[in-house]
Ligand binder design. Structure first.
Ligand code: NAD
Length: 500
């Protein structure tokens, strides 16, 4: 039986998992692009502690040679003294990552990744450390670097290095550091990867540019981000993708959980942390009623805000109406609005003209991927005075005495201003492990050099792993129902295009 085939009884047995919360604040900066390819434009889907600054270890880690307690020098991190602290952080994260821990228990003995040499470019934070150690538990060798110059928790990188993982990452990398670390993980001493785990497409891009023969020898790519997946699709469309890839970003267990539940949990926290604002009674405008917009609306409504929505798509607009939200044009209501949240994935949804008409003290922020949903560039004119009042909070002052409160300079609010729920990352990370196993163990020819989604049965398996921590009892189909519905007892339970 393949590892993913759910044993209904075993997977439905109850198991309670303790929860741990780790509030924190993150600030993301992106490096410049040294080459013409992508660099990770995603902000990290992770929380992080502010333990990274360490005056003792100023200067560039690349210029120091350090060993761990076993004598290995095959890593580069900021400060090995943080390793014990990092280990505690990893242990804390394990409690809220039940899917990964369940995978360890269920398939560790089989070692489905024996022989896999995974090169990983991910956020080097506690949750992804648990992912890395899960891959090792399942038999893989792994070398890891950071996919974002500011997202590394230095203590986590040190803990991994102390545990013998070749990790090349620290918080506050320069552009040169960033690509140097990628190069170090690709080429260990006599080590060559045969699997790629990427978040943002930079690692894949580097391999394609500098080491095309190594890339060609790999069995597959698992890509987590919108940006990286978009790039893979472009390459595949041009017929230049040399190996199969799984676009994890659009898999159900990522898209239907991250977009909805991460947002729902973090939008209010971000607003509270940055502004201390009372949300009840405020006039809120949410632009976009996709998954992210829906969650924002729901959270704001729960807090007692009067929520209105702007949309371009009649289907989403109708959904909003039937959920009880008024659909409005931005220009017609903007004068009365206390709080604007953009969540469209589009650009210039809030223009300078709109902002010129907003009332003083109104709060503006963006939950979408890019920082151009609010036309922040248009606010950088001589007559407007910017005042940094707190981390991630700017007053933009108009000559007539009005001011707007701009959060995170228009970048993704929750990823810059709040912690993100580990449990949602457990779902994403478990899907990543399962995708790596699938590509690694697939018989030759099963996957062509194209971009795939996770097979439905594996999405269902990832969900099943997490049901245990809710003590959820799934109903099993009877024989009669199996025949009536034309399904298999163990799934898949839906067709490939079911939208959940
Ligand atoms: N902050 C987070 O945690 C988080 C999580 C997931 C995704 N995202 C990002 O949030 C954005 C939205 O994601 P989604 O999954 O909801 O996308 P989506 O495509 O489901 O929804 C976006 C909606 O915005 C609407 N829209 C487009 N242009 C508009 C305009 N000018 N005015 C009003 N509405 C407009 C679209 O019709 C669509 O319904 C994306 O950029 C995505 O990358 C953020």
């Amino acid at each position: 039986m393949p590892f993913w085939a759910p044993n209904p009884k075993a997977h439905r047995s109850p198991m309670k998992v303790a929860r741990a919360a780790r509030p924190s604040t993150t600030s993301i900066v992106r490096p410049m692009q040294p080459y013409d390819g992508p660099i990770n434009e995603e902000s990290p889907a992770v929380s992080q502690s502010d333990t990274s600054d360490d005056e003792e270890c100023e200067g560039c880690p690349r210029e120091r040679v350090v060993s761990n307690s076993s004598g290995s020098k095959d890593f580069c991190v900021r400060n090995m003294k943080l390793a014990a602290f990092g280990r505690r952080e990893i242990e804390l994260a394990e409690h809220e990552l039940p899917g990964l821990m369940a995978l360890r228990r269920k398939v560790k003995a089989e070692k489905p990744l024996r022989g896999a040499r995974v090169v990983a470019c991910v956020h080097l934070v506690a949750q992804y450390a648990v992912l890395i150690e899960t891959l090792i538990d399942l038999g893989a060798e792994i070398r890891a670097c950071a996919c974002n110059v500011m997202s590394t928790q230095n203590e986590i990188a040190s803990a991994l290095a102390e545990a013998g993982v070749p990790v090349f990452a620290w918080r506050g990398q320069t552009e040169v550091d960033f690509w140097w670390c990628i190069d170090k993980v690709v080429c260990g001493d006599g080590w060559q990867p045969n699997m790629i785990l990427d978040d943002g497409g930079d690692l894949t891009h580097w391999l394609a540019k500098k080491y095309p023969s190594i890339l060609k020898e790999c069995r597959g790519i698992v890509e987590e981000s919108v940006t990286g997946a978009h790039r893979l699709h472009q390459i595949a469309k041009a017929g230049r993708l040399p190996i199969p890839a799984i676009n994890l970003n659009e898999c159900v267990t990522k898209s239907k959980f991250d977009n909805l539940y991460t947002t729902r949990e973090s939008v209010i926290e971000s607003l509270k942390r940055t502004t201390d604002m009372m949300i009840g009674g405020k006039q809120a405008l949410v632009c976009g009623y996709g998954d992210v917009g829906k969650s924002c609306c729901k959270s704001l409504q729960t807090m007692g805000a009067h929520v209105t929505v702007s949309e371009v798509d009649p289907i989403c607009a109708l959904q909003a109406c039937m959920d009880g939200f008024k659909i409005v044009k931005v220009s017609e209501v903007i004068r009365t609005i206390d709080l604007v949240i953009t969540a469209t994935g589009n650009k210039r949804v809030i223009t300078r003209e709109n902002m010129d008409r907003m009332k003083s003290g109104a709060v503006l922020c963006n939950m979408g991927h890019s920082d151009n949903e609010i036309d922040v560039a248009s606010l950088k004119t001589p007559e407007l005075i910017w005042e940094r009042v707190r981390s991630q909070v700017d007053y933009v002052n108009w000559p007539d005495g009005r001011r707007l409160v701009l959060l995170a300079e228009g970048r993704v609010l929750n990823q810059n201003c709040s912690s993100l729920p580990s449990f949602v990352l457990s779902i994403t990370c478990a899907a990543e492990v399962v995708a790596l196993i699938e590509l690694y163990s697939a018989p030759a020819g099963k996957y062509k050099n194209e971009v795939y989604l996770l097979p439905k049965r594996l999405d269902e398996f990832v969900a099943l792993l997490h049901l245990e921590s809710f003590d959820a009892r799934l109903t099993e189909l009877t024989d009669e129902q199996v025949r009536y519905m034309g399904l298999q007892r163990t799934g898949p339970f839906k067709s490939a295009n079911y939208r959940y």
